[in-house]
Design a protein around this ligand. Structure first.
Ligand code: AMP
Ligand code: MG
Length: 431
């Protein structure tokens, strides 16, 4: 057996960062910038009003209430604005260019339109009040984002605000997902005796998508060398990386590692990793290119754990991410997390929740075997149990959070709660 860290090194070394390329801003959500972005223009680009109201000279309204002649209106989108003469006011809308001669805007709430085309300004304003100056958000020439920035909604909005329709990013990886096994039947088809539905492919396709990759469904390959070789040839032409499940254990029909050895000579590594679940793992880079193949174990829980610990971080690295792993947080065991010494690090499926006092508690789910996928679906974390006898009740344990939002008690800390409203409970919501 080799330590997990060594297995990750082997994999990471063979999964170099993909070169960045230009991409339309509407397609870059979740992608990582490959080059820094510098603003060519200022935002706002011109002086404009921050409110709906009346553009004035602050000096004219210092003795408020005062009545001014309201001479004109400027709306957002106006190409230009009339000049404001002393003793006058110009009605102005949010975002409209500030008239020359004006230096402040009175909010409409502080004004009363009087008869005869005049307005009473009820409150004095300081020069610059309710006025947005050019460059207050972004100055032309400013470095907006460094290479390595992950592009979320706010970053994408900023790019558009400076007029960028295209940026250079590490493209979303296309990750192929192949199930292997003579016993597998695609969902939607009837099950013959001795067969099971293929759950790993939907599971891993979803896992790939949830991690920001594009998933390519490569179907099911039987336990047959030729069929597997064909599936790999097909995959290497249209995928940046391939996830397979099954066929990497000690059985005589475990042929993924055999075929990989043939197609990826030199780079293929069949490993026994000192972890439980997910001990067996095969890895190779297909000879015809740069397509890494992650041979995940077949048991569904092992498949997902192997994806989380090996494939996902390696793929995120290839896609330019610096934060490649899930967060690991310290928690206290609400129940014993027992195990036997076996030279491996165990990853126990647990539910993490936040106590009222703020500390995190971990409770193991019932069903810790590697075929018990339903139990995994009820967990939100993997408790990391180093070799030994485990952790007793109340003991400290590190937990890898598969669903950090849920584990950290999103409802408990929601903004509604801070505002004194009861959290929305999905079970009773709407009633
Ligand atoms: P293997 O490593 O191929 O021997 O598979 C280990 C176990 O995982 C066996 O019980 C398989 O039937 C099961 N298994 C393998 N692939 C899948 C799959 N795609 N969906 C559900 N179970 C699977
Ligand atoms: Mg199999």
């Amino acid at each position: 057996m080799i330590p997990l860290a060594e297995a990750r090194r082997v994999v990471f070394d063979a999964c170099p960062l993909r070169a960045p390329e230009p991409m339309a801003v509407d397609a870059v959500l979740g992608c990582v910038l490959g080059l820094p972005v510098v603003a060519a223009v200022s935002v706002p680009p011109f002086t404009n009003s921050a409110v709906d109201g009346f553009a004035v000279r602050a000096a004219d309204v210092s003795g408020a209430p005062v009545e001014l002649k309201a001479v004109d209106t400027v709306v957002a989108g106006s190409a230009s604005s009339p000049r404001l003469e002393p003793g006058r006011a110009i009605r102005i809308m949010t975002g409209a260019p500030l008239p020359e001669g004006a230096d402040a805007v009175c909010m409409v709430e502080d004004t009363t339109v009087a008869g005869g085309g005049t307005v009473v300004i009820g409150t004095a304003v300081a020069p610059g009040a309710n006025v947005r100056r050019p460059g207050e958000d972004i100055a032309a020439g400013e470095r907006l984002f460094e290479a390595g920035t992950v592009l979320g909604p706010a970053q994408i909005g900023v790019l558009a605000s400076v007029g960028l329709a295209q940026v250079t990013v590490h493209r979303r990886l296309r990750v192929g997902v192949l199930s292997t096994g003579d016993e597998l039947t695609a969902v939607g088809q009837a099950l013959a005796p001795g067969r099971i539905w293929d759950s790993n492919r939907p599971l891993l396709i979803a896992a790939a998508r949830a991690s920001g990759f594009e998933a390519v469904d490569l179907g099911i390959a039987p336990d047959d060398e030729r069929a597997l070789a064909e599936a790999f040839a097909d995959a290497s032409g249209r995928c940046d990386a391939v996830l397979t499940s099954g066929g990497v254990s000690m059985g005589e029909r475990d042929l993924v590692k055999v075929v990989l050895e043939r197609l990826a000579p030199g780079s293929m590594r069949w490993m026994q990793i000192a972890i439980k679940p997910a001990k067996p793992f095969a890895f190779g880079v297909l000879a015809q290119g740069t397509t890494p193949v992650f041979g995940l174990p077949g048991n569904p829980v092992s498949s997902l754990v192997s994806f989380e610990l090996l494939a996902r971080p390696a793929l995120r690295r290839m896609a330019g991410h610096h934060r490649i792993d899930r967060p690991v947080v310290p928690a206290l065991a609400s129940e014993a997390l027992s195990r036997r010494p076996d030279g491996k690090t165990h990853f126990a499926r647990v539910v993490v929740h936040r106590e009222e006092a703020g500390e995190l508690r971990a409770v193991p789910v019932v069903g810790q075997q590697s075929h018990q996928l339903h139990a995994l679906a009820g967990a939100n974390g993997l408790a990391v149990l180093p070799d030994g006898t485990g952790v007793g009740v109340g003991g400290a344990v590190d937990v890898l959070l598969l669903d950090a939002e849920e584990a950290l008690g999103a409802a408990r800390t929601s903004v509604l709660r801070l505002l004194g409203e009861p959290p929305v409970d999905s079970g009773t919501g709407g009633r």
